[in-house]
Ligand binder design. Structure first.
Ligand SMILES: *[C@@H]1O[C@H](CO)[C@@H](O)[C@H](O)[C@H]1NC(C)=O
Ligand SMILES: *[C@@H]1O[C@H](CO)[C@@H](O)[C@H](O)[C@H]1NC(C)=O
Ligand SMILES: *[C@@H]1O[C@H](CO)[C@@H](O)[C@H](O)[C@H]1NC(C)=O
Ligand SMILES: *[C@@H]1O[C@H](CO)[C@@H](O)[C@H](O)[C@H]1NC(C)=O
Ligand SMILES: *[C@@H]1O[C@H](CO)[C@@H](O)[C@H](O)[C@H]1NC(C)=O
Ligand SMILES: *[C@@H]1O[C@H](CO)[C@@H](O)[C@H](O)[C@H]1NC(C)=O
Ligand SMILES: *[C@@H]1O[C@H](CO)[C@@H](O)[C@H](O)[C@H]1NC(C)=O
Length: 514
């Protein structure tokens, strides 16, 4: 039996081409018919009722069809064959979610390459993304919804299940013994944990803390973070594809693991790619780990015209403000460093000149009495040539993503910060101006002033492309994180970008402290 899209009715049609029985349960639910279809992937598809005790390893897929405006549901025997070269068939057919977590929006437009491949279409992808079914994505959604989740963590999940290489059923099929990994398999597996491993105090609301939890589906307002345990790494996929399987482990804390655990502690040999928002290069594994880009709380949306100005280099002459920084002056608590060098942020305050350099706290006299007066934060950034994004209390700054969203070149002082994405994928030196914390202020300002319009234009274009490709949407973020690891696997590693404290003889000059 195959399941195909019926051209006459545009409805999902369960079509029988062998002797398996079709067992559809149609439940009248207010104005809706809810058709419960349990779909099983593979060439021989068995349609089963979700409600039956025979659920086994099949997956549920709920299709809502409005009464009256319904396209109709047909279950019938018939001709059945599906054109092999019709690429849209796969994405149209699997237009409803095949993951247990019913709160994640499934993008029907994604061409899902593993589903296609296993149904006789296209090449086998080199890698697979899978989601565990131990928490939010467990079969029993009553229990799944009792587990707290951060909004950002939900966004990661959306990016994962809508990645073209995502396989919605592989994890549980392997666990349940419904499949095995063939001995000659070369697939690389990227596993994502469906439990609360990520908490971010500042997104989507800066300082929002518990307001940043995903409460939309009745989840508890509870902050809960956990790590996968050794037990998780004993599960089948990790054992049977050892060496080709890696768990992508997000971390939203202000200071990463806050220890050397990842290097030579208990987590040193875990098959993970650690992805912290704020950690130090010297504390992570240089082969597998990568930084996580912060989201933009105040996200600028450039008009097509503004985007065109970046592409044509007109932005270099049209943008009104050369350097801006509207914010506080905190950049860690290393008072000795600040006495000598002034701090990554503080060093700029004295350079405010009300003409080309605008630096001050939002409610300061300097900003209130300048051309920035009354302008929204996002608008200021969209009119800025160089956006200062020095480290704050931690090694990273949310400002970085806001500057990137505005098509502005970030100027970053964050010694030893683990930059987002793998260096094989993104060479940040092509975009950002990266300077040691000790050179914040006039040293850096002179470099900015000396930069040619041509170089600025190239950097801005590169920055905005990075933003569009990997930062603007969760799908892009997941794509970038996985693509970087694919490059590691296929082309070998490159050194991390940025200021590395190992380049210094004195850790004092490289500001390693908070
Ligand atoms: C799901 O979990 C809830 C809460 O423990 C339980 O009451 C319910 O029976 C479970 N449902 C199924 C189908 O196992
Ligand atoms: C792997 O082995 C299976 C079973 O022997 C075979 O069908 C398949 O073609 C092999 N694949 C590759 C890539 O060698
Ligand atoms: C762990 O690694 C760090 C940095 O390489 C080193 O300073 C420290 O001594 C190591 N600790 C142990 C217990 O090996
Ligand atoms: C990174 O982890 C791998 C094992 O996954 C280990 O072989 C390698 O030595 C680690 N590198 C560093 C710099 O710790
Ligand atoms: C800053 O410049 C604006 C013009 O853009 C001017 O109106 C204002 O008086 C200046 N402020 C100071 C303190 O000089
Ligand atoms: C910044 O450096 C330039 C070039 O060295 C110098 O001319 C200028 O006076 C300095 N400005 C400040 C405010 O220190
Ligand atoms: C560190 O010290 C070595 C030798 O003591 C010297 O050659 C090198 O230039 C120094 N590097 C820096 C960045 O100061």
């Amino acid at each position: 039996m195959v399941i195909k899209k019926d051209s006459k009715t545009s409805a999902n049609v369960a079509q029988r081409t062998d002797d398996s029985t079709i067992d559809l349960e149609i439940v009248r639910d207010g104005n809706m018919f809810r058709l419960k279809l349990a779909l099983m992937l593979g060439l021989a598809l068995v349609v089963n009722t979700f409600a039956s005790g025979r659920f086994g390893w099949t997956l549920s897929s709920f299709i809502d069809i409005s009464d009256g405006i319904s396209d109709g549901i047909v279950g019938e025997t018939g001709n059945g064959a599906v054109a092999k070269n019709d690429a849209s068939w796969i994405s149209e057919l699997w237009s409803t979610s095949l993951v247990f977590d019913e709160t994640l929006p499934w993008d029907p437009s994604v061409y899902r390459k593993w589903i296609a491949y296993e149904n006789g279409h296209g090449e086998k992808p080199p890698a697979m993304l899978v989601l565990t079914n131990l928490g939010w994505n467990q079969q029993n959604q009553t229990l799944g919804k009792r587990i707290p989740r951060h909004i950002r963590n939900k966004e990661f999940m959306i990016g994962i299940i809508n990645h073209p290489w995502f396989h919605p059923t592989f994890w549980e099929e392997l666990e349940e013994g419904q499949r095995t990994i063939p001995p000659n398999d070369t697939t690389r597996y990227y596993v994502f944990f469906d439990r609360p491993t990520y908490y971010d105090s500042h997104y989507p609301i800066y300082g929002g803390y518990n307001d940043n939890l995903d409460l939309a589906d009745g989840r508890p307002k509870e902050r809960w973070e956990e790590w996968p345990s050794q037990r998780d790494f004993n599960r089948k996929l990790f054992r049977e594809a050892a060496g080709r399987v890696r768990l992508l482990q997000f971390n939203g804390g202000g200071w990463g693991l806050n220890s050397l655990e990842r290097l030579n502690g208990s987590k040193a040999n875990w098959p993970i790619s650690f992805i912290p928002l704020s950690d130090l290069v010297s504390r992570v594994n240089e082969t597998w780990d990568q930084g996580l880009v912060s989201p933009a709380d105040k996200e600028a949306h450039l008009s097509p015209h503004q985007q065109e100005e970046i592409a044509t280099c007109e932005a270099e002459t049209k943008r009104k403000f050369f350097v801006t920084y509207v914010g506080n002056g905190r950049s860690g608590h290393n008072s000795k460093f600040h006495q000598v060098y002034g701090g990554a942020r503080g060093s700029y305050f004295a350079l405010h000149d009300n003409q080309t350099v605008f630096v001050g706290s939002p409610d300061s006299k300097q900003i209130r009495e300048s051309a920035l007066k009354g302008l929204a934060y996002e608008t200021i950034l969209m009119e800025t040539v160089f956006g200062l994004a020095p480290r704050g209390d931690n090694k990273f700054s949310y400002r970085f993503a806001e500057v990137m969203a505005a098509g502005t070149i970030p100027v970053v002082h964050a010694d030893d910060w683990l930059w987002p994405f793998r260096p094989e994928l993104v060479d940040w030196n092509e975009c950002a101006v990266i300077m040691p914390e000790k050179d914040a202020g006039n040293v850096t300002l002179q470099i900015l002033k000396g930069m040619s319009l041509e170089e600025r234009c190239q950097r801005r274009k590169r920055c905005y492309k990075i933003y569009k490709d990997y930062m603007e949407r969760p799908e892009g973020l997941i794509h970038g994180l996985v693509e970087g690891l694919e490059l590691v696997a296929t082309t070998g590693i490159k050194p991390f970008v940025g200021i590395k404290c190992s380049d210094y003889n004195y850790s004092f000059e490289c500001n390693m402290q908070r």
